[in-house]
Design a protein. Structure first.
Length: 294
Protein backbone atom coordinates (compact mmCIF):
# COMPACT_ATOMS: atom_id res chain seq x y z
CA UNK A 1 0.00 0.00 0.00
CA UNK A 2 1.32 3.41 -0.97
CA UNK A 3 1.39 5.77 2.01
CA UNK A 4 0.14 9.34 2.12
CA UNK A 5 3.70 10.67 2.13
CA UNK A 6 5.47 8.19 -0.14
CA UNK A 7 4.48 8.04 -3.80
CA UNK A 8 6.10 4.64 -4.31
CA UNK A 9 6.60 1.48 -2.28
CA UNK A 10 9.81 0.84 -4.20
CA UNK A 11 12.92 1.40 -2.10
CA UNK A 12 15.84 1.73 -4.52
CA UNK A 13 19.37 0.82 -3.52
CA UNK A 14 21.59 3.35 -5.28
CA UNK A 15 25.03 2.44 -3.93
CA UNK A 16 26.63 -0.07 -1.59
CA UNK A 17 30.03 -1.26 -0.31
CA UNK A 18 30.33 0.87 2.83
CA UNK A 19 31.13 -0.33 6.32
CA UNK A 20 28.87 2.30 7.93
CA UNK A 21 27.23 4.82 5.59
CA UNK A 22 26.33 8.19 7.13
CA UNK A 23 25.86 11.92 6.66
CA UNK A 24 23.93 12.26 3.37
CA UNK A 25 23.37 15.66 1.79
CA UNK A 26 21.94 16.56 -1.63
CA UNK A 27 24.11 18.86 -3.75
CA UNK A 28 21.70 20.66 -6.13
CA UNK A 29 24.15 22.11 -8.67
CA UNK A 30 25.91 18.87 -9.68
CA UNK A 31 22.89 16.70 -8.83
CA UNK A 32 24.71 14.41 -6.41
CA UNK A 33 24.30 12.91 -2.97
CA UNK A 34 27.45 13.20 -0.87
CA UNK A 35 27.74 10.76 2.03
CA UNK A 36 30.36 9.19 4.28
CA UNK A 37 31.69 5.73 4.95
CA UNK A 38 32.82 6.77 8.41
CA UNK A 39 34.98 3.77 9.46
CA UNK A 40 36.41 3.67 5.94
CA UNK A 41 37.50 7.31 6.38
CA UNK A 42 36.19 8.24 2.96
CA UNK A 43 33.47 10.36 1.37
CA UNK A 44 31.43 9.14 -1.60
CA UNK A 45 29.15 10.80 -4.14
CA UNK A 46 26.25 9.23 -5.99
CA UNK A 47 25.59 10.93 -9.36
CA UNK A 48 21.93 11.25 -10.29
CA UNK A 49 22.67 11.79 -13.98
CA UNK A 50 24.62 8.54 -14.45
CA UNK A 51 23.80 6.41 -11.41
CA UNK A 52 27.48 5.91 -10.69
CA UNK A 53 29.16 6.30 -7.32
CA UNK A 54 32.61 7.84 -7.03
CA UNK A 55 35.02 8.47 -4.17
CA UNK A 56 35.16 12.19 -3.35
CA UNK A 57 37.79 11.89 -0.61
CA UNK A 58 39.98 8.98 0.52
CA UNK A 59 41.13 10.69 3.72
CA UNK A 60 38.09 12.50 5.08
CA UNK A 61 39.04 13.02 8.72
CA UNK A 62 36.31 10.51 9.58
CA UNK A 63 33.68 13.00 8.40
CA UNK A 64 30.14 12.30 9.53
CA UNK A 65 27.06 14.54 9.36
CA UNK A 66 26.83 17.40 6.88
CA UNK A 67 24.49 20.06 5.57
CA UNK A 68 24.53 23.13 3.32
CA UNK A 69 24.95 26.67 4.60
CA UNK A 70 22.99 29.68 3.36
CA UNK A 71 25.42 30.06 0.42
CA UNK A 72 25.04 26.41 -0.58
CA UNK A 73 28.45 25.35 0.73
CA UNK A 74 28.99 22.02 2.49
CA UNK A 75 29.37 22.23 6.27
CA UNK A 76 30.37 18.96 7.89
CA UNK A 77 31.42 17.34 11.15
CA UNK A 78 34.84 15.74 11.42
CA UNK A 79 35.35 13.08 14.06
CA UNK A 80 39.05 12.83 13.29
CA UNK A 81 39.80 16.55 13.31
CA UNK A 82 37.31 17.10 16.16
CA UNK A 83 35.83 20.15 14.47
CA UNK A 84 33.02 21.57 12.38
CA UNK A 85 34.37 22.56 9.00
CA UNK A 86 33.48 23.84 5.56
CA UNK A 87 34.43 21.88 2.46
CA UNK A 88 34.92 24.14 -0.56
CA UNK A 89 35.61 21.76 -3.46
CA UNK A 90 38.06 19.78 -1.36
CA UNK A 91 39.56 22.72 0.54
CA UNK A 92 38.82 22.23 4.23
CA UNK A 93 38.33 25.30 6.44
CA UNK A 94 37.83 24.88 10.18
CA UNK A 95 34.81 26.81 11.46
CA UNK A 96 35.17 25.88 15.13
CA UNK A 97 37.18 23.26 17.01
CA UNK A 98 36.94 24.17 20.70
CA UNK A 99 34.81 25.65 23.44
CA UNK A 100 36.30 27.63 26.33
CA UNK A 101 39.78 26.51 25.31
CA UNK A 102 38.91 22.80 25.26
CA UNK A 103 38.58 20.64 22.16
CA UNK A 104 35.27 19.12 21.17
CA UNK A 105 34.75 15.37 21.53
CA UNK A 106 33.81 14.52 17.94
CA UNK A 107 31.17 16.68 16.26
CA UNK A 108 28.60 14.35 14.76
CA UNK A 109 25.68 16.08 13.04
CA UNK A 110 24.99 19.66 12.00
CA UNK A 111 22.26 22.03 10.80
CA UNK A 112 22.42 25.66 9.67
CA UNK A 113 19.52 27.98 10.48
CA UNK A 114 18.18 30.87 8.43
CA UNK A 115 20.34 33.37 10.34
CA UNK A 116 23.48 31.47 9.32
CA UNK A 117 24.14 29.98 12.77
CA UNK A 118 25.65 26.50 12.86
CA UNK A 119 24.13 24.06 15.38
CA UNK A 120 25.85 20.73 16.04
CA UNK A 121 26.00 17.77 18.39
CA UNK A 122 29.16 16.51 20.09
CA UNK A 123 28.97 12.89 21.33
CA UNK A 124 32.14 10.84 22.05
CA UNK A 125 31.98 8.30 19.22
CA UNK A 126 35.03 9.59 17.36
CA UNK A 127 37.28 9.49 20.42
CA UNK A 128 36.18 6.04 21.54
CA UNK A 129 39.03 3.66 22.39
CA UNK A 130 38.14 1.38 19.45
CA UNK A 131 39.29 4.02 16.97
CA UNK A 132 36.65 2.79 14.51
CA UNK A 133 35.29 6.27 13.75
CA UNK A 134 38.19 8.53 14.69
CA UNK A 135 41.20 8.68 16.97
CA UNK A 136 41.11 7.47 20.61
CA UNK A 137 41.41 10.40 23.01
CA UNK A 138 40.20 11.72 26.32
CA UNK A 139 37.24 14.12 26.48
CA UNK A 140 38.33 17.62 27.43
CA UNK A 141 35.27 19.48 28.72
CA UNK A 142 33.57 16.72 30.69
CA UNK A 143 30.30 16.34 28.82
CA UNK A 144 28.52 15.88 25.49
CA UNK A 145 26.69 19.04 24.50
CA UNK A 146 24.80 20.64 21.64
CA UNK A 147 26.57 23.80 20.48
CA UNK A 148 25.64 26.89 18.47
CA UNK A 149 28.36 28.61 16.46
CA UNK A 150 27.79 32.17 15.20
CA UNK A 151 30.00 32.74 12.13
CA UNK A 152 29.54 36.52 12.32
CA UNK A 153 30.97 36.82 15.84
CA UNK A 154 32.95 33.61 16.14
CA UNK A 155 31.11 32.81 19.39
CA UNK A 156 30.56 29.18 20.37
CA UNK A 157 27.81 28.57 22.95
CA UNK A 158 26.82 25.35 24.71
CA UNK A 159 23.05 25.52 24.26
CA UNK A 160 21.97 22.05 25.45
CA UNK A 161 23.86 20.38 28.28
CA UNK A 162 21.31 17.92 29.72
CA UNK A 163 21.71 15.08 27.20
CA UNK A 164 23.94 12.00 27.50
CA UNK A 165 25.04 11.55 23.87
CA UNK A 166 23.28 14.03 21.56
CA UNK A 167 23.31 12.75 17.99
CA UNK A 168 21.02 13.72 15.09
CA UNK A 169 19.24 17.09 15.11
CA UNK A 170 16.76 19.05 13.02
CA UNK A 171 14.61 22.18 13.31
CA UNK A 172 10.88 22.62 12.86
CA UNK A 173 9.85 24.64 9.78
CA UNK A 174 9.59 27.89 11.80
CA UNK A 175 12.83 27.18 13.72
CA UNK A 176 11.12 27.51 17.09
CA UNK A 177 11.66 23.85 17.99
CA UNK A 178 14.91 21.91 17.84
CA UNK A 179 14.65 18.12 17.83
CA UNK A 180 17.70 16.22 19.08
CA UNK A 181 18.24 12.46 19.34
CA UNK A 182 20.01 11.03 22.39
CA UNK A 183 21.81 7.70 21.76
CA UNK A 184 23.45 7.38 25.16
CA UNK A 185 22.13 3.83 25.50
CA UNK A 186 24.69 2.64 22.93
CA UNK A 187 27.50 2.88 25.47
CA UNK A 188 25.77 3.36 28.83
CA UNK A 189 23.24 0.89 30.20
CA UNK A 190 19.94 2.55 31.03
CA UNK A 191 20.84 5.80 29.27
CA UNK A 192 18.35 7.58 26.94
CA UNK A 193 17.37 6.51 23.45
CA UNK A 194 14.81 9.20 22.65
CA UNK A 195 14.11 12.26 20.52
CA UNK A 196 13.79 15.40 22.65
CA UNK A 197 12.27 18.73 21.63
CA UNK A 198 13.62 22.10 22.80
CA UNK A 199 11.99 25.48 22.36
CA UNK A 200 14.28 28.02 20.69
CA UNK A 201 14.09 31.82 20.63
CA UNK A 202 16.81 34.23 19.49
CA UNK A 203 19.44 31.52 19.75
CA UNK A 204 18.47 30.66 23.32
CA UNK A 205 17.19 27.18 24.20
CA UNK A 206 14.55 26.37 26.83
CA UNK A 207 14.20 23.14 28.80
CA UNK A 208 13.40 20.15 26.62
CA UNK A 209 10.83 17.37 26.66
CA UNK A 210 10.84 13.82 25.36
CA UNK A 211 8.88 13.40 22.13
CA UNK A 212 9.30 9.70 21.35
CA UNK A 213 11.59 6.76 22.11
CA UNK A 214 12.09 5.08 18.75
CA UNK A 215 12.23 1.28 18.60
CA UNK A 216 13.68 -1.04 17.49
CA UNK A 217 17.12 0.47 17.84
CA UNK A 218 16.95 4.22 18.26
CA UNK A 219 17.09 7.50 16.38
CA UNK A 220 20.50 8.30 14.91
CA UNK A 221 19.85 10.85 12.17
CA UNK A 222 16.57 12.68 11.56
CA UNK A 223 14.96 15.32 9.38
CA UNK A 224 11.78 17.40 9.62
CA UNK A 225 9.59 18.01 6.57
CA UNK A 226 7.66 21.12 5.50
CA UNK A 227 4.61 19.97 7.47
CA UNK A 228 6.55 19.46 10.68
CA UNK A 229 6.71 15.66 10.56
CA UNK A 230 9.83 13.99 11.96
CA UNK A 231 11.60 11.46 9.73
CA UNK A 232 13.74 9.25 11.95
CA UNK A 233 16.21 6.44 11.41
CA UNK A 234 15.77 3.18 13.34
CA UNK A 235 17.12 -0.36 13.35
CA UNK A 236 14.74 -1.65 10.67
CA UNK A 237 13.06 1.33 9.02
CA UNK A 238 12.58 5.02 8.52
CA UNK A 239 9.83 6.02 10.92
CA UNK A 240 7.72 9.13 10.46
CA UNK A 241 6.16 10.89 13.46
CA UNK A 242 3.93 13.88 14.06
CA UNK A 243 5.49 16.77 15.96
CA UNK A 244 4.13 15.32 19.21
CA UNK A 245 5.46 11.80 18.64
CA UNK A 246 2.54 9.90 17.08
CA UNK A 247 3.76 7.25 14.63
CA UNK A 248 2.43 8.01 11.13
CA UNK A 249 4.44 5.75 8.84
CA UNK A 250 7.07 3.01 9.00
CA UNK A 251 9.12 2.47 5.84
CA UNK A 252 10.97 -0.85 6.01
CA UNK A 253 14.67 -0.82 5.10
CA UNK A 254 16.72 -4.06 4.91
CA UNK A 255 19.67 -2.60 6.84
CA UNK A 256 20.08 -0.53 10.01
CA UNK A 257 19.32 3.08 9.10
CA UNK A 258 21.81 5.75 10.12
CA UNK A 259 20.51 8.95 8.54
CA UNK A 260 18.25 10.55 5.94
CA UNK A 261 18.02 13.69 3.83
CA UNK A 262 15.66 15.15 1.24
CA UNK A 263 16.85 16.07 -2.23
CA UNK A 264 16.47 15.34 -5.91
CA UNK A 265 15.35 17.72 -8.66
CA UNK A 266 12.27 18.93 -6.78
CA UNK A 267 13.42 18.09 -3.26
CA UNK A 268 10.95 15.23 -2.72
CA UNK A 269 13.36 12.30 -2.92
CA UNK A 270 14.30 10.83 0.46
CA UNK A 271 17.88 9.55 0.51
CA UNK A 272 18.65 7.00 3.21
CA UNK A 273 22.04 5.84 4.46
CA UNK A 274 21.80 2.38 6.04
CA UNK A 275 24.82 0.30 7.14
CA UNK A 276 26.46 -0.57 3.78
CA UNK A 277 24.25 1.32 1.35
CA UNK A 278 22.52 4.43 0.04
CA UNK A 279 18.80 4.12 -0.76
CA UNK A 280 16.12 6.35 -2.29
CA UNK A 281 12.38 6.62 -1.74
CA UNK A 282 10.05 8.94 -3.67
CA UNK A 283 7.85 11.08 -1.38
CA UNK A 284 5.28 13.85 -1.56
CA UNK A 285 7.07 16.23 0.80
CA UNK A 286 10.31 18.18 1.21
CA UNK A 287 12.69 19.26 3.92
CA UNK A 288 11.56 21.94 6.35
CA UNK A 289 14.40 24.13 5.08
CA UNK A 290 12.42 24.48 1.86
CA UNK A 291 9.95 26.66 3.75
CA UNK A 292 12.71 28.88 5.14
CA UNK A 293 14.34 29.38 1.74
CA UNK A 294 11.25 30.79 0.03
Amino acid sequence: MVSAIAVSDTLERLATGCEWAEGPVWLPAPGRVRFSDVPGNRVLEWHAATGETTVYSHDSGFANGRTLDREGRVVQCSHGRRQVERDDAGTITSLCAEWQGRRFNSPNDVVVTSDGAVWFTDPPYGIHESGREGHPAEPEYGGCFVFRFDPSSGEVAAVITDMVHPNGLAFSPDETTLYVADTGYLQIEGAPRAIRAYRVRDGEVAEGREVVAVTPGATDGLRVDVDGRIWSSSADSVQVFSHDGALLERIAVPETVSNVCFGGPDGTDLFITATTSLYRLRTTTRDAAAVRSR
